[in-house]
Design a protein around this ligand. Structure first.
Ligand code: FMN
Length: 242
């Protein structure tokens, strides 16, 4: 067992402080404000293994809507496509020699105190989140013990190829993991007001082989925009910026 493997195993099973780095402030106190209390950051994670496709497109629209809420909102879209996030590390399983793990590079970004909201976007895979999304959320075990993400606002959007392909079930499944982190889970704001962003990518007018244009799903995009708005509004409130 090499030193590197030992360290990675430790990061995966416990050791919040080690993952986040010494001196990293925790965000569990709702009264704790970012260093620049005027700005609140919202991260969007696209959990499709396909870069720049429908989930990322929907998330971009969602983040743009969040940003439009207030000048103090900053947004960043992070695509997990192409990154290696081995979920089994959360259970203490050590990586094989040379196996890549990109999660330790993401963890401090997620836990950063200026992050007031996180939006997870996932494709629907057989009525549930993608394996990449599940592995990513399993790795959030490092935040769980000390409730590092408590009171950050969370929202979820799901993109399915079917009109009724399991988007809401998928959203619910992701939300359970977020609630376990003591995050403030919100749905889409009025007038749509349901569980989050529900997107149909499989518009039948799309040419064979082309990437569907999610913006054609007007009803779905309304939920996506309203989700971004709701997350932004609540993130501002939780950070006492309003
Ligand atoms: C393994 C697999 C399972 C899928 N299962 C479903 C499903 O249950 N319901 C659905 O509506 N779409 C399903 N789809 C379609 C994807 O959700 C859809 O193509 C989505 O837009 C992909 O997101 P992306 O473009 O960001 O990769 C599935 C796709 C794959 C690859």
């Amino acid at each position: 067992m090499t030193m590197e493997l030992s360290r990675r195993g430790f990061l995966g099973s416990a050791g919040t402080a080690a993952v986040l780095g010494a001196g990293t402030a925790l965000a569990a106190d709702p009264g704790q404000t970012p260093a620049d209390s005027q700005s609140v950051k919202i991260l969007g994670f696209s959990c499709s293994p396909r870069k720049g496709k429908t989930t990322a497109a929907a998330l971009r629209i969602c983040l743009d809507a969040a940003k439009a809420v207030d000048a103090r909102i900053e947004v960043e879209l992070i695509e997990l496509a192409g990154l290696k996030v081995p979920g089994e590390v959360a259970a203490g399983v050590e990586l094989a020699p040379g196996e890549r793990d990109d999660f330790p590079g993401l963890a401090p970004k997620i836990a950063a105190p200026e992050v007031g909201g996180i939006i997870l976007g996932t494709p629907v895979y057989f009525g549930n989140m993608s394996a990449l999304c599940k592995a990513f959320l399993d790795r959030w075990m490092v935040f769980h013990k000390e409730k590092v993400l408590a009171n950050k606002v969370a929202g979820v959007l799901a993109v399915g190829g079917g009109r009724n392909g399991g988007q809401e079930l998928t959203i619910r499944s992701v939300q359970v993991a977020l609630m376990s982190q003591q995050m403030i889970v919100v749905g889409d704001a009025p007038p749509t007001s349901h569980w989050g962003g529900v997107v149909w990518a499989g518009n039948p007018t799309v040419a064979a082989g082309a990437t569907p244009d999610v913006s054609r799903d007007a009803e779905g995009i309304a939920t996506v925009k309203n989700l971004g708005r709701r997350v932004a509004e609540m993130a501002l409130r939780m950070h006492r910026a309003v």
